[in-house]
Design a protein around this ligand. Structure first.
Ligand SMILES: Cc1cc2nc3c(=O)[nH]c(=O)nc-3n(C[C@H](O)[C@H](O)[C@H](O)COP(=O)(O)O)c2cc1C
Length: 216
């Protein structure tokens, strides 16, 4: 199970001269070109405030928007993560492509995207996914699979004559605006490359960010 990393040119500070976004985009494109399934998948960690205190929660979502402002994902605002982000609007998101020996982690504040942005993405989704979003009250318990199938059959009937299915209330995008982004590249002898970019809160200019190398 022990993999020896190396081979690619060494990731260094200069790779971030143009900012974190072009490099993340390049790594997602490299993962796509390598035939990796769901190259835009990221593990999203949030904080749940429980009666026993704050607790971490993590799950995978797909990054559906990438810009110098941040990364966008879509979900149900009343799901576990949706409620957690409403109470504690900060998250960490980690992309990992083990086959390429690469990982990128971002963390920062999260806010809902404007409804117009959600609407544009919603229209690009296949009809079946739209019906699924209507049928599921994400993260709520349900008695059995058959109840879910009935809910889908019901919304399918309801929208049978509707060409453009509307966005369900409580469904939409979140934008994570990174305060910090760390790029990781596996290297020989476990002396991996880690470069961390700490962004200036007032600027998306790469030159305003602090770039540091971290020990592996
Ligand atoms: C590869 C993959 C991609 C996923 N993408 C999304 C997504 O984009 N949005 C989403 O709400 N759930 C997505 N899920 C499901 C979530 O991991 C999770 O089960 C669901 O959102 C409920 O999480 P929560 O109860 O913590 O809110 C994905 C799961 C996998 C394995």
């Amino acid at each position: 199970m022990r993999v020896e990393y190396g081979g690619d040119p060494d990731l260094d500070e200069s790779w971030l001269a143009g900012g974190w976004e072009p490099l993340l985009r390049e790594w997602i494109e490299a993962a796509t070109a390598a035939g990796i399934a769901e190259p835009n998948a990221m593990v999203l960690a949030t904080v749940e405030i429980t009666s026993a205190g704050p607790r971490p929660a993590a799950r995978t979502v797909l990054c559906k928007g990438l810009s110098p402002e941040g990364v966008t994902f879509y979900t149900n605002y009343e799901s576990g993560k949706g409620l957690q982000l409403a109470a504690t609007p900060y998250a960490a998101a980690t992309f990992v492509w083990p086959a390429l020996h690469r990982q990128v982690g971002l963390r920062g504040p999260v806010s809902p995207v404007p409804p117009e942005v959600t609407a544009i993405y919603w229209r690009s989704r296949p009809r079946n996914s739209q019906l699924g979003a209507w049928a599921s009250q994400q993260s709520r318990p349900i008695a059995g699979r058959d109840q879910l199938d009935r809910a889908l059959a019901e919304v399918t009937r309801r929208f049978a004559d509707v060409e453009q299915i509307p966005v369900p209330a409580g469904w939409g995008g979140f934008l994570l605006r990174p305060e910090q982004v760390e790029f990781w590249q596996g290297r020989r002898s476990r002396l991996h490359n880690r470069i961390r970019m700490t962004l200036d809160p007032g600027s998306t200019e790469p030159s305003a960010a602090k770039i540091e190398r971290l020990q592996p």
